[in-house]
Ligand binder design. Structure first.
Ligand code: 5RP
Length: 222
C-alpha cells in the first residue's frame, strides 16, 4: 500500500515525464506551491541543464528552486511558458480546482494564466464530485476583511480568518466553510466582483488542462 507521500511523489514524477519533451534551452517553466509541488521542484533539478528558468508562484517555491540551482525569473520578464505545474486541494472531473491551502492562490492564478498548459498533480484523494468540502480560501485586502466577510455570509459561506498568516502580497486569507460549490464558474466570478477580494481559490474559469492523479494502481490522467 503506497502512502500519501509515495502517491505525491508518483504524481510529481508523472509531471516530469509529461514535461520532458517540452523542454528547450529557451523554455521557462511555471512552478506551483505546496508539498506536491515541492516534490516536483526537487525532481526538476535533474533537468536543470535542459531548460532556461522557472517562474515561481510563491516566495517559498522560489527559494526551493534557487537552492537547487534553478534560475528564477520575475513573471514580468517572461512572455510565455509551455506549462505550469501545481497541486490542488480539490479537483473535479471537469478539472476545475479549489486551491490556496498554502495561501499562494493569487500568484498561482496569475502565473498559470501566462502558461500554455496547466498540469495539476495530486494524489487521488483530491478528486471530488463537488468542490467545497475543503474550505475555500479568499485573499482579501486587510482593510476590506470585514466587508468581504459580510458579503460571503450573504452568499451562504462561513468565512474564518486564517490567523497569523500574511500572503506573499501582504494580504489576509478568509477560509470559507460550508459551501457546496455546485456552480464553480458562477461562484468564482461573483466572488471576484466583491470589492476588496484580491483572488478566490476557485480555478474554474481556467481549469487544469491535464490532471495527473496518483492512485494505488498508477497514474490516472484526466
Ligand atoms: C497552495 C495550493 C496547493 O496547490 C494546494 O494547497 C495543495 O497542496 P499540497 O500539494 O501540499 O496538498 O494551492 O496555495
Amino acid at each position: 500500500m503506497l502512502s500519501q507521500q509515495d502517491l505525491k511523489q508518483q504524481a510529481a514524477e508523472a509531471a516530469l515525464a509529461y514535461l520532458e519533451p517540452l523542454l528547450s534551452a529557451e523554455a521557462v517553466i511555471g512552478v506551483g506551491t505546496g508539498s506536491t509541488a515541492d516534490l516536483f521542484i526537487d525532481g526538476l533539478a535533474r533537468y536543470r541543464s535542459l531548460f532556461r528558468a522557472a517562474v515561481a508562484s510563491s516566495e517559498r517555491s522560489a527559494r526551493r528552486l534557487s537552492a537547487l540551482g534553478i534560475l528564477v525569473l520575475d513573471l514580468n520578464d517572461v512572455q510565455t511558458m509551455p506549462v505550469y505545474v501545481d497541486g490542488a486541494d480539490e479537483i473535479n472531473a471537469q478539472r476545475q480546482m479549489l486551491k490556496g491551502g498554502g495561501g499562494a492562490l493569487t500568484r498561482e492564478k496569475i502565473v498559470a494564466s501566462v502558461a500554455k498548459k496547466f498540469v495539476c498533480i495530486a494524489d487521488e484523494s483530491k478528486l471530488v464530485q463537488i468542490l467545497g468540502n475543503f474550505a475555500l480560501p479568499v485573499e482579501v485586502l486587510p482593510l476590506a476583511r470585514e466587508a468581504v466577510a459580510r458579503e460571503i455570509r450573504a452568499l451562504g459561506g462561513k468565512p474564518v480568518l486564517r490567523v497569523g498568516f500574511t500572503t506573499d502580497n501582504g494580504n489576509q486569507i478568509l477560509d470559507v466553510h460550508g459551501l457546496s460549490i455546485t456552480e464553480p464558474l458562477a461562484l468564482e466570478r461573483s466572488l471576484n466582483q466583491v470589492p476588496g477580494v484580491v483572488t478566490n481559490g476557485l480555478f474554474a474559469c481556467r481549469p487544469a488542462d491535464v490532471a495527473l492523479l496518483a492512485t494505488q494502481k498508477g497514474i490516472r490522467t484526466l
